[in-house]
Structure formats: C-alpha cells, structure tokens
Design a protein around this ligand. Structure first.
Ligand code: PLP
Length: 381
C-alpha cells in the first residue's frame, strides 16, 4: 500500500494521448509535436564549455546546500539591480525550479491549509499542494480580459485557512503576463492578510511585448514573498535542472533545511553552468527574437481559422486557443492527432477553465510550425 498522500496525486492526464502518439510514430506516421514544454535549442555553447572546464577542474563534488556562494551573490546582485530591491546572497537558495516550488509549498503548508492557484494554471502546482497535505483551491483568470486575474473570485476564495496564493507570470499555459493593476491589487491583498505569495516567474525573460511587473517590484511585501525562477526556459537548460528561489533570509534558512535533507544541493556542474548563464544575456536575446517571430507567425495563422478564438500571447512559447466545436479538449486533441497528425496538450489538463482550449507550444522549428499549421488548417476547411 502506498501512502494516502501519494495516492491522492493524479497521473498526468495526457498519458493516454502520449501513448497514442507513440503508437502512431511506431507505425511510421510523421507527427508534428506542438506539445513540448521546453526550448528546442541546445544550451548555448559557451555555457556548455564553461561547465566542461569546471568539471575538468574537479568541480564535481557536493557544494554548500544553498548553492555555491558566487552564484548566490550573482543572482542577488542581478535582481537587486533589476528591481531596485536590496538583496544579498542570504536571500537566495539555488535549487531546481520545480523543487523550489515544492520546497516552498512543503515548508509553508500544514495539513488542511488551503493554497490558491490560478485556473487555468500549470499542472504540477495542485499535486505539490496535495503532497504537502494542503488543499488546492482555484481562482479564475478572465480570458475575455487577456487572462487577467478575476479579483472578485480571489476575494471570494480566500478564508482563514488560506496560507498561500500562488501566481505564475508569464503564465503556462496562457502565454500572458499579469497586468500591473492586478499586481498592485495582489500587493494590497497580500499585505492585508496573513498569507504568503509564491510567484513563479520562470518565463520572465521570454516577454515580447507589454509591461512585465515582477513580485520583486513590491518590496513592501518582500517578507511574505517567495520568488521562483530558473535557467530552463531562458537559457535552454531544462536538462541541467537548475534554478533558484529568493525570499527573506529567515525563510531561506528554513527552505535550506528541507534541501539539506532531500536534494543535499543542486548539481555542482549545473551550478557552474549557471554561473556562466547568468551573465549571458546575448544568447537569451537571440532565442527571444526567434520565439517572437514564431509567436507572430503562429498567431496570424491561428487567427485565420474560424473555429478558434485566441488571446495573443505576449510571452512564453505557448498559445492557448479556444475552439468552438461540440466536443471537449481531450476529444479535440485526439482528433488533431488522428486527422492532422499534430500533437497538442488538451486544455483540461490546466484546470476547469482550460476546457475547450488546447495548448500549442511553438518551441519547435519554423518549418514544423508551418507544416503543423497547414495540417490543422486543412483539417478544418
Ligand atoms: N513553472 C512552470 C510554469 C513551468 O512551466 C515549469 C516547467 O515546465 C516549471 C515551473 C519547472 O521548471 P524546471 O523544469 O526548470 O524545474
């Protein structure tokens, strides 16, 4: 028998689709994948070279659990400058981004505490809350207003059991950033209540237009803030498993305890790679330019297909069109796989409000995007 906590976790709802996709591939079908959640680029060469050199120099041992001092300092320095906030290395814990989210939820949530999550929102938040013994509750994003936060809904959902509000800007799956007026609202909301705010900003470098506002823009609530970020999406480093969290030093000490007794430390090699990556804005800009071209192209193509209604994503490599057909998102995704030979993620995976949507990732070559869009267009002619 496994524990009731683990029993409560849902398996990925897309497994069935993935199996079908693999079956089709085995039969020799050429499937275009729009379901990928990671950049198609290889990690920039200078980062790989630096990590390799570090390995040869023997940087292959345990590091301090909170991360190598120089990396923590550089991260603190970078965000101090970027958001005019006073940070030092004691405000930083180096850890894989997903684990940073888990550590913060695990450390702040007691049995039966509630955590408010965005709907639609990324698939792992709710399962992490359950693993920590908490109860996931959802606040809506308003699609008719560019997926802005439904402030009334958030006010209605909060109660004395709410411990954490989680936000994700830019958002997976909507591809949109939280507007300044909503961030201002969140600041007041959190300030007046006994809650923490976890802000997952892992896509913050992939912003194409609009005024991006970080939770670190609000030093007034820094003592209640856990900021989470990483190198996966910005530097094409998903496989290195490297990210970080920023919070008050007392909180970081608590998070570090969890890290000490679980992960020990982030992989040393990846930490050295991150030391190079953090100064490499040039590679990020090149990838962002390419993503923006793809975003413009795919949005123009999708907008011309009459069954779709689509919010222009101003960030990330996702687009989240709503389809107008009498079927649910799982059926629609199966149809796309079978008829168009294109794989997407059904919107229901991201919550109730994701139903009747699909998530298309444009983290694939322009050639694939063109071919995939031709196939989708032909299917619904
Ligand atoms: N947060 C969001 C919104 C994500 O989409 C992802 C990955 O897909 C993560 C966090 C986790 O990032 P990593 O793979 O670097 O741990």
């Amino acid at each position: 028998m496994v524990s009731s906590r683990v029993n409560a976790i849902s398996e990925s709802s897309t497994i069935k689709l993935l199996n079908k996709e693999n079956e089709l591939r085995k039969k020799g079908e050429n499937i275009i994948s729009f379901s990928i959640g990671e950049p198609d680029f290889t990690t920039p060469r200078n980062i790989i070279d630096f990590a390799y050199k570090s390995m040869l120099e023997g940087k292959t041992h345990y590091t301090p659990s909170s991360g190598i001092p120089m990396l923590r300092e550089k991260i603190a320095e970078k965000y101090s400058k970027r958001y005019s906030i006073d940070l030092n290395s004691n405000n930083v814990l180096v850890t894989p981004t997903k684990f940073a989210l888990f550590i913060s939820i695990f450390s702040l949530v007691d049995e039966g505490d509630e955590v408010l999550l965005p709907d639609p929102g990324w698939v792992s938040y709710s399962e992490m809350v359950k693993m920590a013994g908490g109860i996931p509750k959802f606040y809506s994003l308003k699609e008719n207003d560019g997926f802005s936060i439904d402030q009334e809904d958030l006010k209605n959902k909060i109660n004395e059991k709410t411990r954490v509000i989680l936000i994700n800007t830019p958002s997976n799956p909507t591809g949109t950033i939280i507007k300044k007026e909503d961030m201002d609202f969140l600041k007041d909301f959190v300030m007046e209540r006994n809650v923490y705010i976890i802000s997952d900003e892992i896509y913050d470098k992939l912003v194409y237009d609009g005024n991006f506002v970080s939770i670190l823009n609000y030093p007034e609530i820094f003592h209640k803030t856990i900021f989470v970020n990483g190198f996966s999406k910005s530097h094409a480093m998903t496989g290195w498993r490297i990210g970080y969290m920023i919070a008050e030093s007392d909180l970081i000490k608590i998070f570090d305890k969890v890290q000490q007794h679980t992960l020990t430390c982030a992989p040393s090699i990846s930490q050295y790679a991150a030391l190079k990556a953090i100064d490499d804005d040039k590679s990020v800009m090149e990838m962002v330019d390419e993503f923006k071209k793809r975003r413009d192209y795919i949005y123009s193509r999708i907008s011309k297909i009459s069954i779709f209604n689509t919010v222009l994503p101003n960030s990330t490599f996702y687009i989240f069109p709503k389809f107008n057909l009498p079927m649910n998102s799982m059926e629609f995704s199966e149809l796309l796989l079978e008829k168009a030979k294109v794989s997407v993620v059904p919107g229901i995976s991201f919550g109730k409000n994701g139903e009747n949507h699909i998530r298309i990732s444009f983290a694939t070559s322009m050639e694939n995007i063109k071919e995939g869009m031709d196939r989708i267009e032909d299917t619904f002619k």
